[in-house]
Design a protein around this ligand. Structure first.
Ligand code: DQA
Length: 145
């Protein structure tokens, strides 16, 4: 299957951004990990990051015809963006929400996710391994349909 790995705002700064919360791996390292894992699972992996809400929405729209599933870490837009939620509903592709940190153990404003309403499930708190878990979950989900 073809998987879109989509990362939102500030995730381009991974590695130097609050490493005690988000880890010391850079986004490039995380994306490479996803590509490697994709190769071992027979997935075609396309990675994209943007700090702009509209860009992320465009990528979700493009995925409708180009991809089989979406793995999304929307960063802080998770907690604010009805537009990203609506985009996920519009394309009717299976999506899985990933967060590096355990958002439920953090400030209360991070406990609510608009994204969650539009996804198969959420993986949080496992650092970059969460993306690998999400890929396995997506392959299993697509295979079970
Ligand atoms: C995050 C959690 C969000 O609350 C935060 O705004 C981020 C990263 C995570 O991966 O843990 O930017 O999505």
């Amino acid at each position: 299957p073809k998987l879109l790995i989509l990362n939102g705002p500030n995730l381009n700064l991974l590695g130097t951004r609050q490493p005690e919360v988000y880890g010391s791996e850079t986004l490039q390292m995380v994306e490479e990990k996803c590509r490697d894992h994709g190769r071992s699972k027979g997935c075609e992996v396309y990675c994209y990051q943007s700090n702009h809400e509209g860009d992320l929405i465009d990528q979700i729209h493009n995925a409708k015809t180009a991809q089989d599933g979406i793995i999304l870490n929307a960063g802080a837009y998770t907690h604010t963006s009805v537009a990203l939620m609506d985009a996920l509903f519009s394309v009717e592709l299976p999506a899985i929400e990933v967060h590096l940190s355990n958002i439920h153990a953090r400030e209360s404003f991070r406990h609510q996710s608009y994204i969650s309403r539009a996804v198969v499930g959420q993986i949080c708190g496992f650092g970059s391994f969460g993306y690998v878990m999400a890929m396995d979950a997506m392959v299993a989900h697509l295979g079970s349909k």
